[in-house]
Each structure stands twice: as C-alpha cells, then as structure tokens.
Design a protein around this ligand. Sequence first.
Ligand code: ZN
Length: 443
Amino acid sequence: MTAYWCELAWLGGDRAEAGVLVEVEAGLIAAVSAGTSAPASGARRLEGLTLPGLANAHSHAFQRALRGRTQHGSGSFWTWREQMYRVAERLDPESYHALARATYAEMALAGVTAVGEFHYLHHGRGGKPYGDANEMGRALITAAAEAGVRITLIDSCYLHGGIGEPPDGAQRRFSDGSADPWAERVDALREGGSVRIGAAIHSMRAVDPDAAAVVAGWARERDRPLHAHVSEQPAENDACLAAYGRTPTGLLSEAGALEARFTAVHATHLDDSDRSLLGGAGACCCVCPTTERDLADGIGLMSRLAQAGASLSLGSDSHAVIDLFEEARAVELDERLASGERGRHTAAALLRAASEGGHASLGWPDAGRIEVGARADLVTVSLGGVRLAGTEPENALDSVVFAAAAADVRHVLVDGREIVSDGRHATIDVARELHEAVLAATA
Ligand SMILES: [Zn+2]
C-alpha cells in the first residue's frame, strides 16, 4: 500500500477538494478521503492540484514529426495532407518505434496516462506487408509500454484513396485491400495489461459502406472501441452526399456503427440529424481543437452534441502541440468565438472530457476518476509556477483548465507506477529522443 496526500484533488465535482489522501494498492485506488488536514506519516505529499489520468483519445504518432514544418506559406487540409504523406512514406518499424516512443513520452510529461493511437500506417513501401503484417502496430505498442502509458491501438481500415478511387502513393501503405484481410490481420493482435485493441473506419472517404459494416460488426462481436474520422472537412460531406446521398454520419448509422462504443473524431461539420443520430446512440465525439485550427477545418459546436446526448473526449491528433489543457479550453473558447456566448462548457465538464470521457472512449471505463476501485492514475499540476501563481482552492479548476500548460504537470502515476517525477520522465530523455527521431523522420 502506498499513500499519496494531495494538497488539492479533483474528485469529479465542480470544485477541488482540499487535503485528499489517496491509498494505492496493486495499481488500483484502495481508499480516498478528503478533508484530511495534515499529511499522514509516510504519505507522499503532492503539492498543487491532482487530477485523474488524462486520456489522449486521438493520436497519429508519426505526425509529431510535422510540428513546425507545415506552417510556412498558404494551403488547406488537402495540401497539408501531401506533406503528411511524405513523412508516412519514409518510416519503417524501427524509425516509427523511435518516433512514437518519444512522442508518447512527451504525452506522459503532459499528464496523459492512456493514448488512443488511430493507426493506419500498416505496410511497407508500395503496400507490401511486412513479414509480420502487424509489425508497425507492435512497434507502437512497445513504444507506449516504454513510455509508461497505456495504449488502445485503434487499428484503422483504410481501403480507398477517395470514394471509388484506388489508394495512391503513401496510401498504399495504409490499405489491406478489403475489409476481411483487415479483420484477419487485426485478430492477430493480442490485448492485455496496458494494451487494448480497437477498430476504426478511417473515414467514409477511405472505406466503402459495405466494408464499414464489416468493421463495425468486428468491433461489436468483440466488444471493442470503434472510431472514425467524421465530417472533418466540408468536402468530405459533399463527396458522401454526391456518391451516396447520405452524410458520413448517416452512412455510419446505416453500417451499424453508431453505438455507445463508437467515437466520432472531429464531428466538425454536422447537421441536426447527424447530431441526433450520434446523441441518440450515446456515442462519444472526440474533438481535437489544436489540429482542427491548424488545418483550418472549422469549429464544431460541441455543446449541441452534448445536448443531443453525446459524450466528449479530446485528442491532440496531429500533435501540433501536446497539451490537453489547451485542447480542453479550446472546446469552450472556440465555441465562444463562433457563438458570441461565454460559458457553454464548465471547467469540470472539460476536465471530464480530458479524463473519464477519453478513457471510456478508449475502452478503459475503470480509469479517469479518482475513486475507490479505479486505476491508480494521478496527475499533479503545480499551482506555484508563473502561469498559475495566485490560484486559490475555490478557482483551482478554472485556473488549470483556462491557464495551465502541459509544462505545469509535475508528477504522473499510471496504474500505480510513477512515470513522471518533478517534471522529468522516469526513464526517457524526452527532448533528446524527440530531436533525434524527428530529424530521422524528416531529414
Ligand atoms: Zn486523425
């Protein structure tokens, strides 16, 4: 049994609680008591605000190599995609492992205890499968284990370069040809410990409706998380309407994908019937505001989705930055810009999306809360740095959500193991490994 005494901790309410003693045994939270006035003897003292583990529910690890390299000049999502494909062309299992290990370690420093890796870079150059067809996926699983974070490998079916078009260039590395070989390959991946295997329909651009139904059935039969990119760009809606007379959400509904296990990534350009389909299914919507901004995608109005019954999660997606506080506040702040109104999402609701919502979306329903029986993930944010100095217990949640940076995270516990102490990763020199891996992927 290890005891942690938190100066302040968020236990799920609208305010932080003071003096919270958390006892941990065998990777789980065994006891929680608030209002303890002094550290119990032998307890590890955590100064600042302690949160449950954060979940990064949408990641493409290799895109970390693009940071700062796509900002010059003009363009759109579609021109950015060409730059992204150039990095995808270069990677092999070894260089991808190095890049993902450093990227997941950067996430650990930011308080991420579980990552959802939306994985589609499966095969060798030209689309030739590796000897082990899951070699790239296994490299990601190993990378997460070394960085100390849990992973849900969301293996994505990706078959077409666009509706009715064969995959081209880098896209050939993504495709299994059809849905059945995709399912066979993914069935060879094993879950356990800190690994879950989920499924994804890359998008209704890259997967036809029949194949989408096969992927949805695979996830349902095995009770796995199912994700899809949904309506990130207006052109995606236009293509689906032109080819099928349905929106991407309408097509996913007909394919049997819309259930509580389903997460719609982005969900930026929806109509009211899309929102009621997603909300009625109790699906999750994973919003990735720093990427959506970066790619000029648009602003999804998440309060409307929440009102319709959808839950929310957050992802850093292309890793333009890795900072879930920035993602969380952007959900509210971007909606303020679009709506002319303040205060549609509370700090507690945004933290819930960053923690419990994300973990649920990734198939870890026992994580993301500081409560008895939950996984012992603790993320302690210092309130003493320049960004948060002056914070009082009553406004600690608002301060952290609206002003903290990932660099304010001091300690991170994952399943009872301390992977970040005093802002340093336990085993990885993160900046050095990022530097080397990014240069190797882009030089
Ligand atoms: Zn994505």
